[in-house]
Design a protein around this ligand. Structure first.
Ligand SMILES: *[C@@H]1O[C@H](CO)[C@@H](O)[C@H](O)[C@H]1NC(C)=O
Ligand SMILES: *[C@@H]1O[C@H](CO)[C@@H](O)[C@H](O)[C@H]1NC(C)=O
Ligand SMILES: *[C@@H]1O[C@H](CO)[C@@H](O)[C@H](O)[C@H]1NC(C)=O
Length: 580
């Protein structure tokens, strides 16, 4: 009885499978012979092991790169983060990414060198000082990366750009494909002359500057920068020689032949042509963010005109500036321009602040009360769910240091900004944000209460700030889907490496990084400066036109001369008979 039933079931299944196949065939026949396009490459024997190296590590700096790593994991790749600080294990969003910890987390607060950089004006010399700090640890980084390489045997490197020459160099030495990752673009790609940066004493957009300023910013400052960086470069090349890496003389690093994923977008970046090997995939944002805690939710609901202050976890400013910021905030609350302040990632030292603040109305407010959240209009917190705060309708203005992630989040949520840039890309970002019309900027070396108050009043009262922020939001919402494109690009490199690579004696795939990405490398990078910019051809063209022009002028002059002579003679010969 059971076996009969069993046969029956099998019979029915066979019948239905046949029916499906037959209908499918019929359907194909009926649809005029369409076939389905296969979307993905067959990935069965594609190498899968990826090494992600960062010298800086930690927090908001790594988040975009880890966001890309998460998509790689979803697509079946194996990823190891190699970076200082125990980061991913403790992170809610990225704990699925294993990390090889290369040392203590980066602490700028304990470092006198960073204190100097943050407290003084930020110029290209400050950048050079920072670069030197990284270069001094080059061999340490190189050996740690090499160790991690031996443990994980990756097929592809992803290297964070900041201070990370060792990562790129190791990949080149081992002949492994490498993809770079960068958020700060000010130095990174050969800039067209109309683009510069405040750290050069110039502006991000030189469009309306005088001839003098354009000359200084396009010619003099880059020469000074090159001169200033030459020692650092020589030092780095000496360290490279110690670990058997060939010399490299581009202060920007190995970027000409390397695919770089740029966590930014035009509209924020000054529009200009970039080489195809540097592709913008930003802004990279996670799909989920931590929500408001109940006390923050309560605070925001009760304060319909809240200002959110956060200067990031990496930079900080002087105790004097913190006091000025607090004073301004208290004045703004006192005059009812704003009614609430959330101050996050506080990195000031309480004992360096004045113990009380005296307002222009004569009221005295105790600092300790503020810091202990006893003053009802200010909520101070070490950690804050930034995106959730910015998303709240009662957050009207964001006072930020202008780091890339914070700027992206503020634009995404259409929150007007007041930017107090401290270092690195921040002064440039502040200018870019101001150019979008959604922000105003402050100066860390000339911070004034009246300036802050008047700028907050402008941002709160003029509608254009919010409107321009909403305009930027459009770019953000659409461009934030491009992280998947970034992962596609990494997959392309991996597949090229699989096809172009040659197996060495240890059965490891080796590629030639000079030519691996030839489809994206513009020929001028191989042609040298003069041929690459066609200066030879254009100079000859100019010489030819000058010669032609001067011979024309000369010819014209000769003809005119002959004509004048002839006319004179004619006149003379005509006038002669009259005189007779
Ligand atoms: C890193 O943090 C995780 C979670 O807190 C902990 O379990 C682990 O032991 C830490 N690893 C190191 C090396 O400190
Ligand atoms: C430069 O001037 C032009 C014309 O007035 C204006 O449209 C443009 O926005 C200005 N650019 C900048 C960067 O100020
Ligand atoms: C805070 O500042 C005081 C006085 O300048 C100093 O003694 C103390 O070590 C500082 N504390 C921290 C944590 O830096």
């Amino acid at each position: 009885m059971w076996s009969k039933l069993w046969y029956f079931v099998i019979f029915i299944i066979t019948l239905s499978i046949n029916t499906i196949i037959v209908t499918k065939e019929n359907a194909v026949g009926k649809n005029n012979g369409f076939i389905q396009r296969k979307l993905d490459l067959d990935k069965i024997d594609t190498p899968k092991n990826i090494f992600v190296g960062s010298a800086v590590g930690g927090g908001s700096h790594l988040n975009p790169i880890l966001e890309v790593c998460k998509i790689l994991l979803d697509r079946g790749y194996k990823v190891n983060l190699v970076a200082p600080g125990n980061f991913t294990a403790k992170s809610t969003l990225y704990h699925s990414i294993p990390q090889i910890i290369t040392g203590e987390p980066f602490d700028t607060y304990a470092s006198p060198e960073y204190r100097k950089i943050f407290f003084n004006e930020f110029t290209f010399k400050s950048l050079a000082d920072e670069q030197m700090m990284f270069n001094q640890r080059y061999i340490e980084y190189f050996n740690k990366y090499l160790q991690a390489y031996k443990e994980t045997k990756p097929d592809l490197f992803i290297c964070d750009y900041v201070g990370n020459e060792a990562c790129f160099d190791l990949a080149w030495k081992l002949k492994k494909p490498v993809v770079g990752f960068v958020s700060n673009t000010e130095f990174f790609t050969a800039p067209p002359p109309f683009r510069s940066d405040p750290m050069m004493g110039c502006h991000v957009n030189m469009e309306n500057e005088s001839f003098y300023d354009r000359f200084i910013c396009a010619v003099v400052q880059p020469l000074r920068l090159g001169w200033h960086f030459r020692k650092i470069l020589n030092y780095l090349n000496a360290r490279r020689a110690e670990v058997g890496v060939s010399e490299h003389y581009d202060i920007r690093g190995r970027i000409v032949n390397t695919l770089f994923l740029v966590n930014s977008f035009f509209g924020f970046e000054l529009p200009s042509a970039w080489p195809p090997i540097h592709q913008e995939i930003g802004p990279i944002l996670p799909d989920t963010f931590p929500d408001l805690s109940s006390d923050l939710n309560l605070f925001l609901s009760a304060h319909p005109r809240t200002m959110y202050i956060a200067l990031g976890s990496f930079v900080y400013t002087t105790p004097k500036n913190y006091a000025i910021l607090l004073q301004s905030v208290l004045e703004l609350i006192n005059s009812n321009i704003i009614d609430g302040v959330i101050w996050a990632t506080v990195r000031f030292n309480e004992s360096e602040l004045p113990s009380t603040f005296t307002l222009s109305t004569g009221d005295i407010i105790s600092t300790l009360n503020i810091l202990n959240n006893l003053y009802p209009h200010i909520h101070v917190t070490k950690y804050a769910p930034q995106f959730a705060i910015l998303s709240h309708k009662n957050t009207k203005i964001f006072l930020s240091h202008g780091g890339a992630s914070s700027s992206h989040e503020s634009m995404y949520t259409a929150t007007p900004m007041l930017v107090l840039p401290i270092a690195f890309d921040q002064p440039g970002n502040a200018e870019k944000l101001e150019l979008t019309g959604m922000a105003l900027k402050l100066s860390k070396i000339d911070l004034k209460v009246e300036d802050i108050v008047s700028k907050v009043i402008r941002i709160m009262s003029e509608e254009s700030f919010k409107m321009n922020a909403e305009r930027m939001q459009v770019l953000l919402k659409f461009n934030s889907k491009r992280k998947y494109r970034g992962v596609d690009l990494i997959e392309i490199v991996m597949n090229f490496a699989k096809r172009d690579g040659i197996r060495n004696e240890n059965d490891e795939l080796e590629v030639d990084n000079e030519v691996l990405l030839r489809n994206w490398i513009t020929p001028d990078s191989r042609m040298g400066f003069i041929r690459g910019n066609y200066l030879d051809v254009f100079s000859v063209a100019i010489i030819i036109s000058l010669v032609l022009f001067s011979s024309l002028v000369y010819g014209f002059y000769v003809i005119m001369f002959a004509f004048k002579k002839w006319a004179l003679r004619n006149r003379n010969s005509q006038s002669k008979p009259k005189n007779e």
